[in-house]
Structures are given as structure tokens and as C-alpha cells.
Design a protein around this ligand. Structure first.
Ligand code: NAD
Ligand code: GLY
Length: 384
């Protein structure tokens, strides 16, 4: 009997459209090189639209601001632009205040649409501002990082970080459309491409072993190329996320699986004070390796599966240990990392919640994981 052919997730036509089915709040994700040129699409959801308020960061504005401005001009849309500093520190109360004030100074009204033009930081912050300004404005996500194109721009989670932890102040507020121009990724530094790749691999690890197996061969083309593999991986990730969001918009159940690697990852980010030392996607990669190792140590999955995850992320060049490169400069006290985990949104009455796995593509939510089971996993990865 011949073996079944390996699944192929590459997109032959280089473009895709994915629907997030949420009834009258449903929306399309448009994916492809040059998708930004279709800014006129904004008129499909908002026929009377005259003006958009673009929120972006300095890097994206410098590299791609002109491209968006030209597309909006061609669509006959007036625009105002607010440019913020790049980096995770922008997802703060202080920046939320200055963004809201800047938009109010521009006399934002309910006929305007906010355009979040940037990575996950801009998407989360601008989306939250849209959720609260004038008690709720429409907004469109135009994601410019791989992470934002495969994850953060889809599903309506918006938030800022606080001293107590990541994404602790926010709202569910769905965008009216997502326009993911894959050509914008050509300027993204390799470090950010890799950070986004961790969230691509996540979809395979949660519930799609065939996708993960394909990525084991195709990851270099997904990260490095502008070809069929990258667009295909983005479209497949968006389909996976859209299906989960349609089933469980407010994370009452299955959506929590998307947090694979995040209980560990958010604790690592909090320990760094949300600085540039550790990108969110890097923390997720490390956290995913830890989650599989914890699963193996609890006898839930085989050490072979956990090792397969570690080897894949290591091959791609993502951090898989706290002893890696610059991360080794910090002590990473295990008890303090567990304290950060107690502030995680998923924690209930001080108990820890993790996404664990019975194998590749077999993730599940585990409540009440005892801290004394977690600490050895942290130490095995270099925590003190
Ligand atoms: P980011 O927004 O900070 O972008 C990373 C860097 O890339 C920034 O310096 C940015 O200026 C730069 N950049 C953006 N686009 C570029 C381009 N095309 N070319 C060159 N440089 C470019 O980070 P991110 O990794 O996109 O997003 C991380 C954030 O997303 C975290 O805050 C995380 O919590 C959030 N997130 C949210 C969700 C959600 O569902 N809302 C999901 C996953 C992650
Ligand atoms: N990135 C996790 C979620 O959207 O639910």
C-alpha cells in the first residue's frame, strides 16, 4: 500500500480570502501581495465613508506610509494619521491616552473608520481605542508583520499591558475587515519574521499535525520567501483562527487553545518588563517548548513529540532555552515566573492554567496545574 501524499498548504494563486463567520459582525480577511492597493474595499463595508484615521508606528510609516496614502487617495478617502513609537512599550495606558486624545483632537466621529496599520502592538492598541472612543468606532486591521497577519489582526482581541501583566486591560471588539498585504513583509527583519512564525507553527501544534509536518519541510520558504508557501501558510493560519473565533468568540472554551505557550510566554515577557529583549513570538516559541516538555513530564505526551517541537523551533532559529544567547544574561528566578503566571488572565483563584498536549496537534486546556510541577520544567530550561 502506498503512503498517502503529504499535504501541501502552499497557495498557488498567491492570494486568498477567508471569512470570519460572526453573523452580521462577520468580516473578510483579504490576503495577498498588493492587497493594500484595494483600499477601495473599505467602501464595501462603509459605502458612505469619507475619512479614515490611520494609526501606525514610526517604522511602518517610514517604510510603507506612502503606499497606504496612495491607495487611500486612489479610493478617494481623506485621511488623518497618528504615528506612535514602535515596540511593546506602546501598548500602555499612557499611549492609549495620547492616542485617544490625538484622535479626539482630530474630531473623530462615528462616521470615521480607524485603520490599524502595523504589527500586533498597533493592532491591539488602535483596536482598543476604537472599542472605547465614542463608546465604539468601526476599525479595520491592516497588519504589517507576519505575527499580525496570522494571529493578532483576526478575532477582535484588543488590549494594553499594565505593570501587573500582559493584555490585562482590553476588550473584544471585532474589526470590520482585515487587509493583509503580504508584500509588506519584505521589509520585516528576520527576527520579527521568526517571531511571527512561532504563531504559524502554533496552529499545527494545537490541532493540525499535517500542517505541522508540512511546516517542518516548508518553514524556510514560509519565513524567507515571498512565494506560494508564505501566502499559503498565512491563509491556512487565518482559516484555523477564523474557525475557532466563529465557534468561541469570547474564549469560553476552545479559543483558549490559541494560548498554547502563552502561560509560560507571558510570564517571560513580564519578567523582561515588556521590553525589546524578548519579542512576543519568541516568548511563545519558548513557552510552547516548555508546554510540551511539561506535558511529557506529566506523562501526557511522549518525550519524542516534545523533542520534535524543540528541534523544529531550534532549526528555525527560535529560542528554545533561557540559556540561549542574550537571554542567559538574566537570572529568570523560577518562583517569580510562577508569580507572574498567577496574574495571567487564564488563572482562576490563584491556580495555574496551561494549554498542554497529548501529542502534536492534540492540545487541550489544563486547569489547576500545581506550581511544583511547573518549576522543574522552568529550571530544565535555564530558570534559576
Ligand atoms: P510589533 O507590532 O511590535 O512589530 C514588531 C516590529 O516590527 C516593530 O518594531 C514594528 O515597528 C516593526 N514592523 C512592523 N511592520 C513592519 C514591516 N512591514 N517592515 C519592517 N518593520 C515592521 O510586534 P508583533 O510581533 O507584530 O505583535 C506583538 C503583539 O501582538 C504583542 O503585544 C502581542 O500581545 C500581540 N498579540 C495579540 C494577539 C491578539 O489576538 N490580539 C495575538 C497575538 C499577539
Ligand atoms: N491569540 C489568542 C487569541 O486570539 O485568542
Amino acid at each position: 500500500m502506498s503512503a498517502a501524499p503529504a499535504a501541501d498548504f502552499a497557495s498557488r494563486d498567491g492570494a486568498a480570502r477567508v471569512r470570519v463567520e460572526l453573523g452580521d459582525r462577520g468580516y473578510d480577511i483579504v490576503i495577498g501581495a498588493g492587497a493594500l492597493g484595494d483600499a477601495a474595499a473599505l467602501r464595501r463595508s462603509h459605502p458612505k465613508l469619507r475619512r479614515v484615521l490611520v494609526v501606525t508606528d514610526e517604522t511602518v510609516q517610514r517604510l510603507h506610509g506612502m503606499r497606504l496614502a496612495e491607495a487611500l487617495d486612489r479610493a478617494g478617502l481623506a485621511r488623518e494619521t497618528v504615528v506612535l513609537p514602535p515596540g511593546e512599550a506602546t501598548k500602555s495606558f499612557a499611549m492609549l491616552e495620547s492616542l485617544c486624545e490625538a484622535l479626539l483632537e482630530k474630531r473623530v466621529d462615528r462616521g470615521d473608520v480607524i485603520v490599524a496599520f502595523g504589527g500586533g502592538v498597533i493592532g491591539d492598541l488602535a483596536g482598543f481605542a476604537a472599542a472605547v472612543l465614542l463608546r465604539g468606532l468601526d476599525y479595520v486591521q491592516m497588519p504589517t508583520t507576519l505575527l499580525a497577519q496570522v494571529d493578532s489582526s483576526v478575532g477582535g482581541k484588543t488590549a494594553i499591558d499594565t505593570r501587573q501583566g500582559k493584555n490585562l486591560v482590553g476588550a473584544f471588539h471585532q474589526p470590520r475587515a482585515v487587509i493583509a498585504d503580504t508584500a509588506l513583509l519584505d521589509t520585516l527583519p528576520r527576527r520579527d519574521l521568526l517571531a511571527g512564525y512561532a504563531e504559524v507553527a502554533k496552529y499545527g501544534l494545537i490541532a493540525d499535525e499535517a500542517f505541522f509536518a508540512w511546516l517542518e519541510g516548508a518553514w524556510a520558504a514560509v519565513v524567507g520567501g515571498a512565494g506560494a508557501e508564505r501566502t499559503g501558510a498565512i491563509a491556512h493560519s487565518c482559516r484555523a483562527k477564523a474557525a475557532i473565533v466563529a465557534e468561541d468568540e469570547r474564549e469560553a472554551g476552545r479559543r483558549a487553545l490559541l494560548n498554547l505557550g502563552h502561560t509560560f510566554g507571558h510570564a517571560l515577557e513580564a519578567e523582561c518588563g515588556f521590553g525589546d529583549e524578548l519579542r512576543h513570538g519568541e516568548a511563545v516559541a519558548l513557552g510552547t517548548v516548555m508546554a510540551f516538555d511539561l506535558s511529557a513530564s506529566l506523562g501526557l505526551c511522549s518525550p519524542v513529540a516534545a523533542d520534535r517541537v524543540r528541534r523544529h523551533f531550534a532549526a528555525a532559529g527560535l529560542p528554545t532555552s533561557l540559556r540561549a544567547n542574550t537571554l542567559a544574561a538574566r537570572a529568570w528566578p523560577a518562583e517569580r515566573l510562577v508569580e507572574h503566571m498567577r496574574s495571567d488572565k487564564k488563572a482562576r483563584a490563584g491556580t495555574l492554567t496551561f494549554i498542554l498536549a497529548r501529542g502534536i496537534g492534540q492540545a487541550f486546556v489544563a486547569h489547576d496545574v500545581p506550581a511544583d510541577k511547573v518549576i522543574p520544567t522552568l529550571r530544565a530550561h535555564g530558570a534559576a
